[in-house]
Ligand binder design. Structure first.
Ligand SMILES: Nc1nc2c(ncn2[C@@H]2O[C@H](COP(=O)(O)OP(=O)(O)OP(=O)(O)O)[C@@H](O)[C@H]2O)c(=O)[nH]1
Ligand SMILES: [Mg+2]
Length: 438
């Protein structure tokens, strides 16, 4: 992973673990995804210090390291309480910011959110991050009668009220957007579409797979278009390339399915952050089928951890069946892939193996999707010729897979469709017959 510098700013990454060795791979990736260049990494193994998180000496070492280079920001992988943030900030050289894991993720989201819904969700998450901090400041200023400590007491109280008011306004607007989304989902189902959602850890290859599965056409009004989603552009090897939702019509033979790509999951996200993205995640929770995409080129323990994270995120609300897709098969030897499959069989039973990049086995995935969705029924209807016949035929064309139509004195139409579509076609046919004999 190369460090990328879009802001041109340099970052020092710090992480504390209770036991063992701190792994900074992911936080370093997140830091470069936010546009910083990671110039230094500091780790510590110890229990949490209430004042600093790290030990005070370690914070001084961080401060010294930050003073050396032109470090703009210290990224701490641990969640920092308001006082800890304040205390660390006090030790750092003038102008160096402290950012914890969640603040960093919010920065990335803030940079990438384009659609109104995504922007609102990011703002909601930011406010929910800030609220306990504003509350802490306000109550501390009151209790200690030390207005001015960490801010101004009265200012903090009104800030707290403002945050709460803004949160409820955003929630209302998101509720309205959710209702519209829900109506759209229902309309799509009524028009005979099956809704398939792509879920998975960030960088697993969801957007790449969407391009493989789906026709060119975007059908979502809610598009959060990133260069990543142009068919000409390559996906980027970094986290959170996609934030909004993009829906495209997939080519599944007789089926009309809409596949939705959306924000990736990540571990250790607090509940409020996941909740803030509820309207985006609804496209996953309320789908007819979920494809859970896993990067099979990663070491087994990471695959396992990420699968668990994905299941945790899906667990509470998902109702649709889940098919696990082991992606990036082009980067793994067959024998190794078999071992991984076996080792993960409890978490990912009967997975489909594909390479979204080369297109290998994507046809198998199409067949599997077709099989997992509710069965199609075959029907043959004989319709009398009336002035309404053509509109019924065109309705059937729109909602079913028509195999044959013969026009004579009557029209014979043969098709396959979901059971509810077949039932509605029959009742439309009955109406025609009744109309013709009236
Ligand atoms: N070798 C290989 N690389 C792949 C494959 N699928 C995706 N990639 C690469 O993996 C990286 C991430 O792919 P994306 O499709 O952007 O991943 P994503 O799941 O949409 O990521 P987020 O939008 O961040 O959640 C890109 O560099 C892709 O080119 C694959 O089958 N094989
Ligand atoms: Mg993506």
């Amino acid at each position: 992973m190369t460090a990328r510098s879009e802001t041109g700013e340099r970052a020092l990454v710090a992480k504390r673990v209770e036991t063992g060795e701190a792994d900074t791979t992911e936080i370093a990736e997140l830091t470069s995804a936010a546009g910083y260049e990671v110039v230094e990494t500091v780790t510590q193994t110890r229990t949490e210090d209430p004042a600093y998180g790290f030990g005070e000496g370690k914070v001084e070492a961080i401060a010294a390291a930050a003073a050396g280079g032109d470090t703009a920001v210290v990224v701490v992988d641990n969640e920092l309480g308001p006082y800890q943030t304040f205390n660390i900030g006090n030790k750092l050289p003038e102008g160096v910011r402290v950012v914890d894991r969640f603040r960093l993720i919010l920065e990335i989201f803030g940079q990438r959110a384009r659609a109104r819904k995504a922007q609102l969700q990011v703002e909601l998450a930011e406010l929910r991050y800030e609220l306990p901090r504003a509350e802490a400041k306000a109550s501390l200023a009151k209790r200690d009668e030390r207005p001015g400590f960490m801010g101004l007491g009265e200012y903090d109280e009104s800030r707290e009220r403002d945050i709460k008011a803004r949160i409820s306004r955003i929630r209302e607007e998101l509720d309205r957007i959710e209702q519209t989304d829900q109506q759209r989902r229902e309309q799509r189902r009524e028009s005979g579409f099956e809704l398939v959602a792509l879920a998975g850890y960030t960088n697993a290859g969801k957007s790449t797979l969407l391009r493989r599965l789906a026709a060119e056409l975007d059908v979502d009004e809610n598009v959060d278009r990133h260069p990543d989603l142009d068919t000409t552009a390559e996906s980027e090897d970094r986290m959170f390339t996609t934030l909004g939702t993009t829906t495209r019509r997939a080519d599944l033979g007789p089926r009309d399915a809409l596949v939705t790509d959306t924000v990736g999951f990540i571990s250790d996200l607090p509940h409020w952050l996941v909740e803030s993205f509820k309207s985006t995640l609804d496209s996953v929770y309320l789908a007819d089928l979920v494809l859970l995409i896993v990067d099979a080129s990663e070491p087994l323990p990471e695959m396992r951890e990420k699968l668990v994270t994905c299941h945790d995120t899906l667990y509470e609300r998902n109702e649709a069946p889940i098919v696990t897709v082991l992606n990036k098969a082009d980067r793994v030897e067959d024998a190794r892939l078999g071992e991984k499959r076996e080792a993960l069989s409890a978490l990912a039973p009967n997975p489909v193996v594909v390479s979204a990049r080369t297109g290998e086995k994507v046809d198998h995935l199409r067949e599997r999707i077709h099989r997992e969705l509710p069965d199609f029924e075959r029907e043959r209807l004989v319709l009398p010729m009336t002035e309404n016949t053509m509109s019924v035929i065109s309705w059937i064309h729109d909602n079913a897979h028509v195999r044959d139509v013969e026009y004579g004195e009557q029209v014979t139409i043969e098709f396959e469709a979901r059971p509810d579509v077949v039932a509605r076609s029959r009742s439309k046919a009955t109406d025609l017959v009744a109309g013709a004999s009236a």
